[in-house]
Design a protein around this ligand. Structure first.
Ligand SMILES: *Cc1c(COP(=O)(O)O)cnc(C)c1O
Length: 448
């Protein structure tokens, strides 16, 4: 291998990193990973770190998993990529069938793409054209404040995080925004409860009563707003939204990109509320964190609206070069097999309970303002003054400082602002969870 110092200088010279202030990045020492094994990442100096954020929320069964590796090798010996624009390939067919089998009942069709944002983009366009194909022109999307659906322009339009989205606001289409459920509940009821759920559903119904004629769809994340800093919904909110969208005949887009593939304790969060949306967007964990793949699942009703003679031009004019890529679909199939073979979801339950218990300890820390969790997803919010709920100044990068402390203890984290995110691979052991939680606890305590 090249001299690590040379790699570091080339990294700073040529590589523009996502969501990264490159001026700061170039002034700091950064991690350059070289290999990984299970939940451990190794950098170019051979130092070892626990991957506490699942390599940005996508790794499921650990890195360098023999079965997932083998699936790619086997497929690679056949073919790496063939187009699915008007032709097909074996793993993409098998995966589509499998996804339909495990998805909420009624989701029967799979449209592939490569990243979560595209899965959402596709849902937007399908929903919009669905009404056109049925002879209606509708324009309005209803969304939630603090939503995050990815960084392409359509997905940003549905999003509600000003920090990420503010600069592009003139490029975006307009939406009607409901308050972020968690923030609304906290402000008005101090906690998630049926009353706050009912208020929010009433607000939605008021909008729908007035505007349903023009509403294409409502979009929301499944059970928790992840990128906003792990803000859970009140239980039953998703189900309530589904009932209203049925009543007023508008479509529902549920973004399970972060929550899908076990993160909340079930394969998909929708299951926990018995919801079948019109569109379910999947990404991140779909390949176990191996290759870029995403999918938009939808119903026969939507699919059928796009059927017609060629000249009727009802079909969906959308696709990407790598749609349904053979290697990605092969590893996604293996990912689902590993869920069964390793009883991943069964083994996860005690870990979720353990995490809840241990998270309670963080409340005692002087600079912890809130602790939030849904399943195996958790966020710990740092504040300057707990009593007054006063945040640290944005420029202080307190979250990053805490993450750097964790790094010294061999734990790799990436915060969302001042929210410390825990998104550990589902396969992590209790011992390694302890290591992560202890490193994080001490790092936050060192702020005192
Ligand atoms: C990460 C994420 C996306 C975007 O996925 P990409 O693969 O990064 O484009 C969309 N929605 C949610 C809820 C996410 O967490």
């Amino acid at each position: 291998m090249l001299d690590p110092k040379v790699l570091e200088s080339w990294d700073k010279e040529y590589f523009w990193h996502p969501f990264t202030q490159m001026k700061v990045y170039r002034e700091e020492e950064n991690l350059i990973f070289e290999r990984a094994e299970g939940v451990y990442l190794y950098d170019i100096y051979g130092r070892k770190y626990i991957d506490a954020i699942s390599s940005l929320w996508c790794n499921v069964h650990g890195h360098n998993h023999p079965k997932l590796n083998q699936a790619i090798i086997d497929q690679l010996k056949k073919v790496a990529h063939t187009t699915t624009l008007g032709s097909s390939n074996v793993p993409a067919i098998l995966l589509a069938k499998r996804l339909v089998e495990i998805a909420p009942k009624g989701l029967t069709k799979v449209f592939y793409s490569e990243d979560g944002a595209e899965a959402v983009e596709i849902a937007i366009k399908l929903a919009y054209q669905y009404w056109i194909n049925r002879g209606k022109r509708k324009k309005i999307f209803i969304t939630l404040s603090e939503a995050y659906h990815g960084d392409t322009i359509g997905a940003v339009s549905l999003g509600g995080i000003d920090l990420f989205h503010g600069a592009y606001k003139d490029l975006l289409f307009n939406t009607i925004k409901l308050p972020s459920p968690y923030l609304y509940c906290k402000q008005n009821y101090q906690r998630l409860c049926d009353e706050c759920k009912n208020d929010l559903l009433e607000m939605l119904e008021e909008i729908l009563k007035d505007k349903a004629q023009d509403v294409v769809a409502i979009s929301l994340e499944a059970g928790i707003q992840g990128a906003a800093g792990m803000l859970p919904f009140p239980r039953g909110f998703l189900k309530g939204v589904r009932e209203l969208t049925k009543k007023y005949e508008v479509l529902m887009i549920v973004d399970e990109v972060a929550t899908g593939f076990g993160r909340t304790g079930s394969m998909f969060y929708c299951e926990q509320e018995g919801v079948t949306p019109d569109f379910m967007c999947l990404g991140k964990g779909i390949t176990g964190g191996y290759l870029p793949l995403a999918a938009t699942l939808t119903t026969d009703e939507v699919f059928d609206a796009f059927l017609g003679e060629f000249g009727e031009m009802k079909h969906f004019y959308h696709g990407h070069t790598y749609t349904g890529n053979n290697l990605a679909c092969a590893v996604a199939l293996a990912n689902l097999e590993v869920f069964e073979e390793e009883k991943t979801l069964e083994n996860l339950k005690p870990k979720i309970n353990y995490l809840s218990e241990r998270l309670q300890e963080f409340w005692e820390l002087k600079h912890v303002g809130d602790v939030r969790q849904l399943g195996f997803m958790a966020g710990i919010e740092l504040v300057k003054d707990k009593e007054r709920g006063e945040p640290f100044p944005y420029g202080d990068r307190t979250g990053f400082k805490v993450a750097y402390k964790c790094r010294e203890r061999g734990v790799f984290m990436r915060p969302l602002g001042d929210v410390m995110v825990l998104m550990m691979p589902l396969v992590i052991s209790f011992e390694d969870m302890d290591r992560v939680l202890e490193a994080l606890f001490d790092a936050i305590k060192s702020l005192e």
